[in-house]
Design a protein around this ligand. Sequence first.
Ligand SMILES: C[C@@H]1N[C@@H](c2cn(-c3ccccc3)nn2)[C@H](O)[C@@H]1O
Length: 446
Amino acid sequence: EPIPLQHGAHRTGKRMDADMAKWRGYGLGQFIHWGLYSILEGKYKGKYYNGAAEWIRSWKEVPNAEYDVLNKQFNPATFNATAWAKMAKQMGVKYLTFTTKHHDGFCLWPSKYTDYTIESSPYKKDIVKEVVDAYTKEGIDVYLYFSIMDWHHPDWRYDLKTKEDSIAFDRFKLFTKNQLTELLQRYPQTKGLWFDGTWDNSWKKSGAFTDSLEQYLKSLVPGLIIGSRLRADEKGNRHVDANGVLMGDYEQGWERKIPKTYADVHGNDWDCVMTIPENGWGYAEKWMGHWKTTNELIEMTAQCVSLGGNFVVNFGPKADGSFRKEEIANAKEIGEWMKINSDAIYNCEYAGWEKQDWGYYTKKRGEDKVYMIVFNVPLSGSLKIKPSANYVVEKATLLEGKQQLSTEKLDYGASFIQLPKGKTFVKPFVIVLDIKPVKQQEEAGP
Ligand SMILES: C[C@@H]1N[C@@H](c2cn(-c3ccccc3)nn2)[C@H](O)[C@@H]1O
């Protein structure tokens, strides 16, 4: 029996309006983390920080006072938002999530609620506006990242232990509401907000406020999309309320991790935000350890879309606004792959067929079309498929080149798809299955 909640989820199941349907079909997105941390490049006085570079202010060797004056240096004179947007367009991303204010409290827009903004830097100009305008012009929807936690603001509190804490945090909550109002009014093209920095007790104790804030923001921009990281219910639960129902338009818990099975997504919409190095969102001069190849990023994209989610790749530009060569290469190569194969990614959903070793299935929303995104070609040269019992496969075709492939029926509703003899595949590729719904077939007895 669900417990009565004033500030828990106000909707069960997916949001089914047109704005959310568009979000659901994006498939591939870009995250960009850019700010004062980009100046330090993950190092300080010759020592390298192997944590996330955008958290370097929290590094014990970095005096806060020294970090906090970096705004006096920030001056990306050659920054070109149009070049960013064109790189993203070529990559095939459908949406951007961009850092307006990260945990350090520095605002990339000229907020009138604090002096700690781009206006106090030599650059002066409104970076958020440049980015929103350039990406919108390229037809890429823009979502604004906003960190509730603000290390620079004197009224920020990790917890509310004293009366003074609560008085300060009340001021902070008003400051937050004012900044969010400002962002939505200055950048009306914004399709949604991506909240971060909401894991501390102060926020968990503000469930009622988080609920009223979300409703207020949606009253300003009907259709605004906000994930599950903003809210807390009145019991301090985050993401899902005390009754286990998701609070927000989509599950925002998949940071640097991907669900293993469809069961893990609990019927919610979701996105996975992913760094190219193992961890680290802001620019770091040295990527220590592993960083993902283009094929790994393509596979993660396929994996996410095959489980009904979107995959968002993070880029961390240098302080001058340029991208490192590895990120430029990833964007270019992903774009080349998407140019040929994006049918299997855009407006696709979970197919519900038994996963096979060769890769992932996606299904075109509303059409009798299933895509096989193949990463592992078996030595046998045959790809086994087992459609769900309510479909039969009418035709199998290579997406690139449209060559039809022969299929052999096996028992128990399975089939083998023969790959063309002598053809070697050196990149992930897609097979299109034209399918036909059939009534449930009884499995033949022994
Ligand atoms: C989207 C990503 N979220 C920020 C983050 C959050 N966390 C974190 C890590 C451990 C506990 C709670 C929060 N680490 N990094 C990163 O700085 C980046 O902005």
